[in-house]
Design a protein around this ligand. Sequence first.
Ligand code: GAP
Length: 516
Amino acid sequence: MAQEDLFKKIIAHCKEYGFIFQSSEIYDGLSAVYDYGQNGVELKNNIKKYWWDSMVLLHENIVGLDSAIFMHPRTWEASGHVGAFSDPLIDNKDSNKRYRADVLIEEYLQKIEEKIEKDVAKGIKKFGDSFDEEQFRATNPNVLRNKTKIEEVHGRFVKALEDDNLAELKQIIEDCEIACPVSGTKNWTDVRQFNLMFDTKLGSLADDASKIYLRPETAQGIFVNYLNVQKTGRMKIPFGIAQIGKAFRNEIVARQFIFRMREFEQMEMQFFVRPGEEIKWFEHWKEFRMNWHKNLGLAEDKYRFHKHDKLAHYANAAFDIEFQFPFGFKELEGIHSRTDFDLSQHQEFSGKKIQYFDPETNKSYVPYVVETSIGLDRMFLTIMSAAYTEEELTKEDGSKDQRIVLKIPAALAPIKLAVLPLLKKDGLPDKALEIINNLKFEFNCQYEEKDSIGKRYRRQDAIGTPYCVTVDHQTLEDNTVTLRYRDTMNQERIPIEKLNELISESVSIKKLLKKL
Ligand code: GAP
């Protein structure tokens, strides 16, 4: 299936099955803002729990925080967001569509990369086992030409970003003959910087003094509370503070569903370390976070590291974990070594000393910080993209059928068990409810009595429920039910009292955490 079609199907599926709705849809929606429905909120809560427990529960030296969305406006001057939290934008004069100049160039480079991979794939197909891929990549004229092009454009691009050279960004777009995907023309405006922070007024005074911002990242709430947590928690370096919360960015090019939103959620952890030890910890967290993703067993080959082309002036190392979404490899999470920049800035702007006395070295210093920062909504989209599966089935009579199944890891699935009475009579619904009433304290169960059993199985497959049990007349006689497994569709007859033991273990986040 074409990846574009797959993405459209995932979006439609999210709506049809109560995962994600457009915000204020009855008023025609609000662009790049989304609501999570009855199944979406369960999946989201499970992702949060997997992240939170893996950070806070599993690490003696990491504690949590829930800081406010509104912060003193000086916070954002100190952090640099007021001056420099902006994207380079460019408009196409014919379509009036606005784009991020850096994204246009990155997508152009990605397309050339894809051309190379296509040539390689053709070679493999044509020559099979005798194909020498390494030699082909080193000698094929098309591949070499494309490689040179990538290197040349990439070099200019990195330099333009480093120098904040907006004119050069435009020149690259013109030189590469990048066209607007809507109008198809190359009639571009100049590139301009656009600040991404939303502001609002605090109190009733309409002057500038009362202007405050909706936080564009949760991290600053952690930095300004560093001293509070360190002192009241008697934390010793190295230690971390973790937080999950909303962030807001006035994204100009807000497309790709929940990939780029104006209101979204972040899961961030700042790890405070001794200066000079930050790279060691950076490597540690890079590996830990990649394992956290792969531990879900979704699609190992769809993750990769991407080294930042342009390091922020305060960072001394930065990598993204990218996932292969239906629209290509894109950033899912950032791991950054932020030096002592943020704490030093807050020290300077607040006039309060932010230092740590290290009893091992007998020295005071401003701690260095390694940050892991992941978008909860992007993680949601990752799971949806990897889990959405269309399967061709052959029925008993030989005819073909199709099912859509979300192969969400059981521990993250919104509903763990659906209990389905075969008929709406003969005491079967009561028996089904009795099973739910016994198990609902252990995991999320759902009762369903409408439509045929086959249709009910399909509905549960479509929301990723790993287990269904059917209650029939035999159940009333011998207290057994038919247990059906989502992925294999296998069924077995088991005693009701075995259900808890059989399901609890496999749907618990504990199982995932133990593998980390
Ligand atoms: N404190 C560091 C920070 O905020 P970032 O790379 O700007 O770094 C971190 O954001 C993560 O937040 C990204 O990797 C992404 O997963 C998520 N994110 C950023 N902007 C987003 C948006 N507009 N919509 C959804 N998720 C976003």
